[in-house]
Design a protein around this ligand. Structure first.
Ligand code: SF4
Length: 276
């Protein structure tokens, strides 16, 4: 299926910035593009897109796997505990922002015992560059105490026990189960939620609905790494404001009605610059 021509209805293709038409025209065209993209996203969110066939889903994951055979998450960590801490810190924050703060933190506290000893005030000062740091510091100290009291200072390999920890919800538990324990879970973050709905691969109104759908449709052999491939694809290719459909390796399979193909490398560079 690779190399197949991408067919799009002329109506579904947002107009491109006019070449050489001046800054005003380009700006207006970009606004029009965004409007068309929002409309296409709304249509996708209503579940109005054609269904993917099993063969198409398998082909999409075959390509994602071929392009990145050993995908890794981007949150730095050195053991299951520091992974758990990093994921808790990443709520409503970027991985890059968390990675800036955690090396100094993990040097001082890479176990629940050390974290508890560090104390909330010192912890707050180490993570103050991360959003919601006061609440997160409070949760991390309480979480460390709970790990010591109930799990011998170890991160439990158990969803219910993970979700019972302060500041830990289903998404965090899924990441820990997947990355630390090799479970084929799919943690639905903002990128996967958007990607699932936009492409028609897994349409749902809540992260749990999207996760449940993905667990149904992703072929078993791809499930362990599906979470990483989808997050990376959503973060770097199928971005919220300007998806890079022109370089997307699954564009011919994707059902999004707003797929765009930029007509020149100059326009592609402009789109990339806009995202940077
Ligand atoms: S073609 Fe690719 S980048 Fe464009 S909407 Fe579909 S998955 Fe996203």
């Amino acid at each position: 299926m690779a190399g197949k021509t991408i067919r799009q209805s002329p109506k579904a293709v947002p107009s491109l910035p006019a070449r050489g038409g001046g800054k005003g025209n380009a700006k207006a065209a970009r606004r029009k593009d965004r409007k068309a993209q929002n409309k296409a996203d709304a249509e996708a969110g209503r579940g109005a897109l054609p269904q993917w066939t099993n063969a198409e889903i398998a082909e999409a994951f075959r390509r994602l796997a071929a392009a990145n055979p050993a995908p890794r998450g981007e949150l730095e960590h050195i053991n299951p505990f520091t992974l758990l801490v990093a994921v808790v810190l990443s709520a409503q924050a970027t991985d890059a922002g968390v990675n800036k703060a955690t090396p100094a933190l993990f040097k001082l506290a890479d176990t629940p015992e050390k974290m508890e000893k560090l104390g909330e005030t010192r912890l707050r000062s180490l993570i103050k560059t991360i959003g919601l740091y006061r609440t997160k510091a409070k949760n991390l100290i309480a979480l460390s105490r709970q790990l010591i009291a109930e799990h011998g200072g170890k991160v439990p390999h158990d969803r219910a026990a993970l979700e019972a920890l302060p500041g830990v919800g289903r998404k965090t538990a899924n990441v820990v189960l997947n990355v630390a324990f090799g479970e084929p879970t799919i943690a639905v973050d903002t990128h996967i939620f958007r990607l699932g709905n936009r492409t028609g691969l897994a349409v749902g109104k809540t992260p749990l609905e999207v996760e449940t759908k993905l667990m149904e449709v992703v072929p078993e052999r791809y499930r362990l790494n599906a979470h990483h491939w989808l997050i990376l694809h959503g973060r770097y290719v199928c971005t919220a404001r300007r998806p890079l459909c022109e370089t997307c390796i699954i564009a011919d399979l994707c059902k999004w009605p707003g797929k765009t193909i930029l007509s020149s490398s100059a326009e592609q560079s402009a789109a990339h610059r806009e995202l940077a």
